[in-house]
Every structure is written in C-alpha cells, then in structure tokens.
Design a protein around this ligand. Sequence first.
Ligand SMILES: Nc1ncnc2c1ncn2[C@@H]1O[C@H](COP(=O)(O)OP(=O)(O)O)[C@@H](O)[C@H]1O
Ligand SMILES: [Mg+2]
Length: 501
Amino acid sequence: MATPAELAQLHTDLKPDELEHLQRLLGSWSVLADLAFSDLLLLVPVAASSEGAAPHAPHLVVLGQMRPNNRPTLIEQDLVGQTVSEADWNLSAETLRTGGYRHGTIFHPALGENVPVENVPVRFGGRVIAVLMRMALIPQRGPTSLYERTYLDVYERLAAMVAESAFPFPDEDVGTEESPRVGDGFVVVDEEGRVEFASPNAINAFHRMGVYSPPEGRRFTELGVEESAIEWALATGRPVVEEVERRPDVAVLVHCVPLISHGSVTGAMILLRDVTDVRRLDRLLLSKDAAIREVHHRVKNNLQTISSLLSLQARRLDVGAAREALYEAERRVRSIALVHEILSRDPGDQVPFDEIVASLVQMARDSVVSNRPVEIDVAGDLGEVTADVATPLAVTLAELLQNAVEHAFVEDGAGADSPGEEVGHVRVTLGVRDGELDVEVVDDGCGLPERFDLEESTSLGLSIVRGLVESQLHGSITMGTANSGKGTRVSLSVPATRPKN
Ligand SMILES: Nc1ncnc2c1ncn2[C@@H]1O[C@H](COP(=O)(O)OP(=O)(O)O)[C@@H](O)[C@H]1O
Ligand SMILES: [Mg+2]
C-alpha cells in the first residue's frame, strides 16, 4: 500500500512542509475521529500535471482515512489512494476553493441513503492545502448525552484549530504507539485548568492515582495530581506529555492538548492512559535483555575455562604434534569466546565485528612463531554482524591469521638479504557489498606449497575453514598467490545474514 508521502508525490504538488503538516495531522487525527464519532477522509487536489491526473476534470485524491473506535464505520472500503472527481465531491471542492466549511449530504451507495458530511479546510501557511471530510450519521440525530455533547464540542474546537492551522502542532511527536486515545480517559479543562468533564475511563485513571473525589470543577492540584504539565500547556499553548507515577507501580500517561481559538488558549483536552501494565512489561523485557547478556557472559566464562584446561593439558605434553593440536584447539575455543564476550556487553544480537577483528589480530601477534617480526594491519570494516554469522566468521579469520603467521614467514634462509625486508606483512581487508561480507587476508610471505589445492587439502585448519565458509555461512572461499606475485591471498565472501536451516 502506498504511503501518504508516495501518494502525495504521485498525485499532488504539495511542498515538503505542506506534506509534513498533513502527515502530522494523519498522525494525530484518530482523536478527531473518536471525538466526532465519525469516519474521516483527508482530500488533496490532484495536480494538473501529475501522472495520476485524470485527463479532463479536476480531481481530489484521498490521502488518508480514519475510522472511529467508538462507532461502526460508514466506509467499509479502503479509499486511500483513490481519486474522485471534484464534480462528484463538490462540497469538498468548494471548501478547497473558498476556505469555508461546507455541510451537506452525499449519497452513500452501500447504505442506499444520503449521509451527512462536513468539510473542514486544512490551512497551512495561510493556504488551504487539503480538506478534512467527516462523514457521520450522528449530527442528524443529535447528541443525546453529556458525554456525546462534550466529545462533539471538543471535536469542533479542534476542527476549528485545523482550519486556523493551529492543529496539528508543529514539532510534536505524533502518533507514537503510546499516545493515549480518547477511549483511554478523556478530560476537558477550562482556561484556568478546572475540570469541566471527565469520562468514565478518566475517573478510573484518577482512582488508580488514588483520587476518589469527583473531579468536576476542581483543578488537578486540588485533586492531588501534579498539574505543572497542564499549567505549562495552558500558558504556552503547546501540547505536553507527562507520565505521573503514583503509589508503588501505578503509572498514568497524561497527554495535554491545549485548545486554541483565534490565537488564545480557551482550555485543554487531557487524555489519560493507565500505562501501569505497559511499564511492568517494559521492566520484564529489560530484565529479559539482562538475562540474555548474563547467559552470554556465562558461555564466555565456560569457554574460557575449556580453553584454559586445554592449554594446561598441552603444557604437560612433550613438544610435538599432540601438544600443538591441543594449543590449536585452545585457540579455536578462545576465538569463539570472544564473540560471546562482546554479546555479553551489548544488548541485541549484533556484534561490532571490528572489535572481534582487533582481538583476533592480537591473538595472532601473540602466536608469531618465526624469528621474523610480523606486522598485521586491518583495512575496512564489516560493521555490525549478527551473532550467528559472527561466530563462524571469527573462527575462520582466526585460522587464516594463524596460518599466515605460522606458515608464511618460516625460516628458509632465502630472500632475507637486507634486514629491512625481514619484516613480514599481513593485511586483513574487510568490506560489505550488496549484502555480502568480503574478507581478505594477504601476506607477503613464502607462498603456498607447490601443487597446493584448497579443495584437496585434508589438513584440519583449512578443512574447518572450508566447512564453516561453505556449509555454515553459505559463502565461497579462494586461496592463491597474492597479486604482488609473492605471498598468499585468501579471499572469502559470505552473505551478511544466515539463511535459517
Ligand atoms: N598463508 C600461508 N602461507 C603459506 N602456506 C600456507 C598459508 N596458509 C596455509 N598454508 C599451507 O596450507 C597448509 C594447510 O593449512 P592448515 O589446514 O591450516 O593446516 P596447518 O596450519 O595445521 O598446517 C599449511 O600447512 C601450509 O602449508
Ligand atoms: Mg592452520
């Protein structure tokens, strides 16, 4: 489905700030629909030049549609993105042209009768840029209860603000999931902050805050509820959201919207929402996050224990293959522990891979075997990598670095004529391209043995590498002579996200 921004782009010549104003309206107009017990449509003229323009008559496009939460909808269909001719919607077209309200009826094909509509001009920067159309059966019958009269009255005050370009408010966070809705609890105060009306759910919210006296005619402070937010909203004419915490565990979100007429504040609409349960869930989620981190921490500790056990055992063996094998196993376990170490610090399952690379490089430096000094440097970055990719990738990179420091610079007596040439270089290059992670390890050492073939090699290190890259990470790896003609180049490329298997 097209977003309002896409629709506006396709059909209209709204300027960016005009579109932003309408998007704010769309973000906050569910309150209007509820207060009016009505379906709302936002209509914008189709630009004569636009791709979606009809060839002849001027048209309007429906940029948004909102249904009331407290009444059945009159418009079952999704009208967003549809264009209608101005001739058919002549009242809306008149509002656009004249900038005045237009009341009337339009024929509703599904209901088979005429339904009342009201067209409100949406002004911005002194210009009428859209029409807010309200469709409802209510006005014909007339409001019956005090609560309906109050809702409709506040709707009318807000609609007048829309026409005066006082609503939506500039730079307010609109439409956040948490913003209270009319049904959550609705209070109207006069310009001095005295309660004129409180809905039954608002009374419940007051009860949760420990307020049992009837609120009508009193200010929030007289009721024992902090009212600085309301005072501020009435004084500045700006909306404000505040969370009131009461007694252990009770949290009520207070959203105060000043009602403005011809530039002066005439009162405010206050939406109250009991968010106690939401906050409790938030705390649970937080502690779940902490629990996951704790688990990673323990996994890391256990892996470190395993790695120490292996190294203890290695030290007891005589120099030889068995001892080397234990040391290698110890290193592999340590490279996995690194990933868990980072996951135990940062929440989420993404790890900044450069931190892992830095530790792996340090590990490789510590295990340089030849007498030649070896310099290892890193270029580029993989950014954040998901944990299930990071672990096998870390083990792979550890093997490749280990091979470089272990095999590339072995003492063969040849080639080292000047001391300057003695330093061996290893370069790790990292990059991300089209969802692929590219890793390259190049050294300027002695190069691979003759007739070396990665596919044929049965030695453990490279078998592990091939298994991880090809089977686990679903990537590819090549090994060959470095571009310089001297030394070895290993490049591998793996998808940044691991398919579920
Ligand atoms: N960077 C390198 N430079 C030279 N030779 C290498 C390099 N990487 C791997 N090799 C060769 O490939 C062989 C297989 O490596 P590997 O499977 O890791 O086993 P291991 O490291 O235990 O010998 C090595 O023994 C070595 O001969
Ligand atoms: Mg090896």
